[in-house]
Design a protein around this ligand. Structure first.
Ligand SMILES: *Cc1c(COP(=O)(O)O)cnc(C)c1O
Length: 379
């Protein structure tokens, strides 16, 4: 089955008991057992729930992994994955990861004796140099947030495996529609499904997929032990959202290309970060590694332009955190999504105070271009 069909028919797509074409919301905490000491399929909904399982099997199939697991948020998924490591373990981490991931690693998990080194994962030599005796994994995003840097997953996986490291990829920005890290050598994929997979800004959820079944067993054990699971209603809503991922991603890709071309010729725009820009140093790699360039783009206005006036003049494009939804969302990472990162680290990594991140929605592109155009005249 082709990927776009798997979105609709993959995993468990109809209910085994009733034939319902939409898997029902099994709103139950526990399950009647027919014999004492038996081995029931479901015993308690933290451990397993049929609605969640339908979603978990779907994401495993979409990422070409062996085991999928659903969590209460992307952060919960990332946290649970990091609990595979122990005190004294070291992880090499991309320096341009989601702000909340940075916060989790550097203010929470560091207190439990996990060590992290941040590097630019586009630079293989830097990654290699950061590997130490106690390094257990490489954790990265590609494309990154908010600069849309692209790292070579195949080359990094090869380097990591030579050093016995697990490769963990946050695939939130690309989704399995654009890129499947496990096929390129990664071991574990995580998602904030609150973004493209859910797709409608109506859900907070996380997913993880392992390539290897032993990793899958360990992660399922941790999911049950820690308990940050996704409930049945949100599991249902997420599966519903995933069914339209292909049509949404096509529209996101197309609108983003149009906006890139518009911004590129606009005198008030100084710099654009977009992997689909043929002049972007990551362009060839993005073309090879991804099916298309995605729906995210960041940019800077000319020095002296008024960012606040521009953003507040926007009518259709909504000022909000988050991304990956049907509606276009705009934000300034320095004071919103990446506010938790100390300013000097942010600036060093290229996230200026004026950087603007746009998550391009699937509205009519003429409306989006008109909105940007009128707002830019106020900047
Ligand atoms: C939003 C996001 C997360 C965190 O996910 P939540 O669902 O908000 O907890 C992690 N990684 C990336 C790339 C994100 O965009």
């Amino acid at each position: 089955m082709k990927f776009d069909s798997k979105l609709i028919h993959g995993g468990i797509s109809t209910d085994k008991t009733t034939g319902a074409v939409s898997v029902p919301i099994y709103q139950t905490s526990t399950y009647q057992q027919t014999e004492l000491g038996g081995t029931p399929t479901y015993e308690y909904s933290r451990t397993g729930n049929p609605t969640r399982q339908a979603l978990e099997e779907l994401i495993a199939e979409l990422e070409n992994g062996s085991r999928g697991l659903a969590f209460a948020s992307g952060s919960a998924a990332i946290h649970t994955v990091f609990m595979m490591f122990s005190k004294g373990d070291h992880v090499v981490v991309g320096n341009d990861v989601y702000g909340g991931t940075f916060r989790l690693l550097n203010t929470v998990l560091n207190r439990l004796g996990l060590e992290f080194t941040a590097v630019d994962t586009r630079d293989l030599a830097a990654v290699k140099a950061a590997i130490k005796e106690n390094t257990k994994a490489l954790y990265l995003e590609t494309p990154t947030n908010p600069l849309l840097h692209v790292s070579d997953l195949a080359a990094l996986s090869e380097l990591a495996h030579e050093n016995n490291l697990k490769v963990i990829v946050d695939n939130t920005f690309a989704t399995p529609y654009l890129q499947r890290p496990l096929d390129l050598g990664a071991d574990i994929v995580v998602h904030s499904a609150s973004k493209y997979l859910g797709g409608h800004s109506d859900l907070v959820a996380g997913l993880a997929v392992t390539k290897d079944s032993a990793d899958g067993e360990q992660l399922a054990y941790l999911q049950n032990a820690i308990g940050a699971i996704l409930g049945p209603q949100d599991s249902w809503l997420l599966q519903r959202g995933i069914k339209t991922l292909a049509v949404r991603m096509k529209a996101h890709n197309e609108n983003t290309k149009a906006i890139f071309e518009f911004l590129q010729q606009h005198e008030k725009v100084a710099k654009i970060y977009y992997p689909g820009d043929p002049n972007n140093p990551d362009y060839e790699l993005a073309k090879k590694q991804m099916r298309d360039f995605g729906g995210m783009l960041s940019f800077e206005l000319q020095p002296g332009a008024n960012v606040k006036a521009f953003i507040e003049a926007l009518d259709l494009i909504t000022l909000a955190e988050s991304l990956g939804s049907v509606e276009s969302l705009i934000e300034v990472p320095a004071i919103m999504t990446h506010g938790a990162i100390p300013r000097e680290i942010r600036l060093r990594d290229g996230i200026s105070d004026e950087l603007i991140r746009l998550s391009v929605g699937i509205e009519d592109k003429a409306d989006l271009l008109a909105d940007l155009n009128q707002a830019l005249t106020r900047a």
